[in-house]
Design a protein around this ligand. Structure first.
Ligand code: SAH
Length: 260
C-alpha cells in the first residue's frame, strides 16, 4: 500500500520516473579513493529516486527518512538497503551524521522537503568539509536564489554562504504536475560542487554577522545597514552606496576585513 502524503512533512511524491532518473544521473562525482563514495539521500519517501540511485554502481547509498510509514514502505520494497542497515529512520536536521555515517557522506541527494530546505542547507554548511556534492530538487524560487549571481533580487544570505564554498549550477525545472499531490510552487533541480576554498580569508564569524545584518535590511545601502560597524576607511568607500544583493562573496570578505 502506498504512503498517504502528509502535508506537515512536506510530502509531495514525484511521479515521473524519467525525472527521477535524470536527478540520479546528475550526480557527477569523480571517485578519488578506492571505496565507493557514500551518498546520503534525504527524504526518500516511497523511493522513486532511491531506485535510480541504487542503479548507480559508483555510489554507496544510505537514506534518511523521518516518516515512519515511509520507512516501513522502504524496508519492504528495498530489502537490500534494509539488510545492510542503510535505511536510517530519523530527522536529518537532528541526526548526528558523523556517528551514523562514519565513512563520511561526500554526496547528498534528494527531493527535499521544501518547508525545511534552508535548514537542510545550513546543516550541510556545518558539514562542508565532508559534503563534496549536493544534487537536489527544491522550490524553484529557492533554487534560483541559491544559484543566482549577485545583482539579482533573489540573491540572499543563503546564496552568499553557499556560494562561498560551492559552485552552484541550476540544472532544470520540474512542473508541479509531476508530483502527488502537486505542490503550490514550481520546482527545480540544482547541483552544488565543493570549490577549492578551505576557509574564507577573513574572520568567518564576523563575515556571517555582516552578511546577516546587511540582508536584514536588504533595501538599505550598506552605509545605513552596517553603520555601527563602519569606520570610514578608504577600503569601505566603494561599498557604502551599494545594497547587499550587489555584493559578491569576495566583496563581503573585503568588507569584513575592512571592519575587523
Ligand atoms: N523523495 C521522495 C519524497 C519527497 S517528499 C519523492 O521524490 O517522491 C520529502 C520527503 O522528505 C518525505 O518523504 C518526508 O517524509 C521527508 N522528510 C521531511 N522532513 C524530513 C526530515 N527532517 N528528515 C528526513 N526526512 C524528512
Amino acid at each position: 500500500m502506498d504512503v498517504k502524503p502528509k502535508k506537515n512533512l512536506g510530502q509531495h511524491f514525484l511521479t515521473d520516473l524519467n525525472i527521477a532518473k535524470r536527478i540520479a544521473d546528475s550526480i557527477d562525482y569523480t571517485q578519488q579513493e578506492e571505496s565507493k563514495p557514500v551518498c546520503l539521500e534525504i527524504g526518500p519517501g516511497m523511493g522513486v529516486l532511491t531506485q535510480f540511485l541504487l542503479n548507480r554502481n559508483d555510489i554507496d547509498l544510505s537514506v534518511i527518512e523521518i516518516d515512519r510509514e515511509s520507512v516501513e514502505y522502504l524496508v519492504t520494497h528495498f530489502p537490500q538497503l534494509y539488510q545492510q542497515e542503510k535505511i536510517i529512520g530519523g530527522d536529518f536536521l537532528k541526526a548526528n551524521l558523523n556517528e551514523l555515517l562514519p565513512k563520511g557522506f561526500p554526496i547528498i541527494c534528494g527531493n527535499f522537503p521544501y518547508n525545511i530546505s534552508s535548514q537542510i542547507f545550513f546543516k550541510i554548511l556545518d558539514h562542508k568539509d565532508e559534503v563534496r556534492q549536493v544534487v537536489c530538487m527544491l522550490q524553484r524560487e529557492v533554487a534560483e536564489r541559491i544559484a543566482n549571481k549577485p545583482g539579482t533580487k533573489e540573491y540572499g544570505i543563503l546564496s552568499v554562504f553557499l556560494q562561498a564554498y560551492y559552485d552552484i549550477e541550476y540544472l532544470f525545472g520540474v512542473d508541479r504536475s509531476k508530483f502527488n499531490p502537486p505542490p503550490k510552487v514550481q520546482s527545480a533541480v540544482i547541483r552544488l560542487k565543493r570549490n577549492g576554498r578551505q576557509s574564507l580569508p577573513c574572520d568567518e564569524a564576523l563575515f556571517r554577522r555582516i552578511v546577516k545584518e546587511s540582508f536584514g535590511m536588504r533595501r538599505k545601502m550598506i552605509r545605513n545597514s552596517l553603520s555601527q560597524h563602519l569606520n570610514g576607511s578608504a577600503a569601505q568607500e566603494r561599498f557604502l552606496t551599494l545594497r547587499p544583493e550587489q555584493l559578491s562573496v569576495d566583496d563581503f570578505v573585503e568588507l569584513t576585513n575592512s571592519i575587523s
